[in-house]
Design a protein around this ligand. Sequence first.
Ligand SMILES: Cc1cc2nc3c(=O)[nH]c(=O)nc-3n(C[C@H](O)[C@H](O)[C@H](O)COP(=O)(O)O)c2cc1C
Length: 185
Amino acid sequence: MKELPLSKVYQFIEPGPVLLVATSDHGKPNLMAMSYHMVIEDEGIPLIGCILGPWDHSFETLRKTRECVLAVPTVDLASKVVEIGNCSGIDTDKFKTFSLTPVSAEKVKAPLVAECLVNLECRIADDSLIDKYNLIILEVVKAWIDPERKERRLIHHNGNGTFTVDGETLDLRDKMVRWSSYTQR
Ligand SMILES: Cc1cc2nc3c(=O)[nH]c(=O)nc-3n(C[C@H](O)[C@H](O)[C@H](O)COP(=O)(O)O)c2cc1C
């Protein structure tokens, strides 16, 4: 083993898939890319922990409005996702610039992204760790999937501007003896 610089640790555990966070500031929709997220609770109302930095315009909007949509893009949107994560909603209308379609959500004012495979309408469940870690815990209040979508491969950030695309699926359900309830979902 050779020492790995601590600054590179995240490159090996960054979870992905890269998501889009859609927000709405007084009716003005915006998008950012986000790969720092984790599932906290999957039973009942799902809880998702997200790291949004104060340098993001979306951070301010989410903190203020307390709601957003997490949209799950597939590999065909990869270039747009990276460009979305490299400009600011302060001076760019990202839906227009990247030819994406905002669709009214049911429970939140932030829009769904029509071109994405899955859209999760979310509200802030807990913001007590924002100041310490920029960690916002969201609860999913409504979820949508596009069943017609053929492309379903997601993109995972390797932490350095390169991405891994979903590939082969391993079926190890017969080994999930302790967690069989998951294999029946
Ligand atoms: C692949 C990728 C992943 C990103 N992940 C995050 C993240 O997890 N958290 C974050 O705060 N910013 C992340 N960013 C940066 C934001 O997307 C970026 O700051 C964006 O321009 C913010 O847009 P806004 O100012 O309109 O909100 C990521 C960018 C890229 C390209």
